[in-house]
Write a new protein. Structure first.
Length: 285
């Protein structure tokens, strides 16, 4: 399992508005993203950025898979943090949306960054955060964070007791069941169109198979794999250039090993998806 989390870092949560009255407003070449696609939050932002075709107006500064500062943050981000918060406590963590005009951080809050990319910069791309779907997208995000990611972590904890692990695994499988049912009525999580909910689910499934699976037993992995529509959907998205080109399997492995203190279990040998093969397809998409 992952090592203890770094010191809590105050979150910057400014938003991008519609015009100059909002302070931060959407103009080309003003903002910059700093992220690592080996981080689940960074992966979601990188995919969204590509889906919206923002390369020419909002550059990305890539960061190493494994943070390089002793406190678990990034050395390259320390000046931004210090400029934005005097004597900033804790590590300089990613992802970050920064303002090149002021040299300060706009936001470190992934859901806000994703919404602002989709709503304020995404005029020429797909409508990833459609009006009226806000709560449903948020609910899918909570399902992924709480009932898949956190449940998978608890299910793989060696010292949590078998009853606690069984309860966590049951929560995880129910969440996967719910997504399997959703995908029975459409190509995507909310139906026919791609949204931020799909980006969230895909990134969650990537980490479930490439990171959390390593601490689960064989029976648990068989149960997780027993959702054919869900994993076929994950494979199809991986073959999409906006998804698969950001899949850094080596970086994911290095980040996992750098932070992991748990024991490897039998499920580590039972990969569910051949991510490399589908990511290779994305290069020709």
């Amino acid at each position: 399992m992952p090592a203890s989390a770094p010191t809590a870092v105050p979150s910057f949560r400014n938003r991008i508005g519609c015009d100059a009255r909002s302070g931060y407003y959407a103009v080309p070449h003003r903002y910059r993203l700093h992220l690592s696609s080996a981080c689940p939050h960074g992966l979601r932002i990188a995919v969204t950025h590509s889906l919206l075709g923002l390369d020419d107006i909002l550059p990305v500064a890539p960061l190493p898979a494994v943070p390089d500062a002793p406190d678990g943050g990034y050395l390259a981000l320390r000046p931004l943090y210090e400029a934005s918060s005097h004597q900033h406590p804790g590590p300089a963590v990613a992802p970050v949306l920064s303002d090149d005009w002021t040299g300060r951080i706009v936001s470190t809050h992934t859901p806000d960054i994703l919404r602002d990319l989709a709503r304020q910069f995404g005029g020429h791309g797909p409508d990833l955060h459609p009006h009226g779907a806000e709560e449903e997208i948020a609910a899918v995000g909570r399902l992924c964070e709480r009932d898949i990611t956190r449940a998978a972590q608890r299910a793989g904890e060696p010292g949590g007791g078998s009853a606690a692990r069984d309860t966590a695994l049951a929560t995880l499988l129910r969440a996967l069941d719910a997504l399997e049912v959703r995908l029975g009525s459409g190509r995507h999580v909310l139906g026919g169109e791609l949204t931020l909910a799909d980006v969230q689910v895909w990134a969650t499934l990537v980490h479930l198979d490439t990171v959390h699976r390593h601490h689960l037993d064989a029976a648990a992995v068989h149960g997780i794999a027993g959702h054919p529509r869900l994993w076929a959907y994950a494979q199809a998205l991986t073959a999409h250039p906006a998804f698969g080109t950001h899949l850094d399997l080596d970086g994911l492995a290095r980040r996992h090993h750098a932070h992991c203190r748990g024991e490897e279990a039998a499920g580590a040998a039972m990969q569910i998806v051949d991510w490399a093969a589908y990511a290779a397809e994305s290069a020709f998409g």
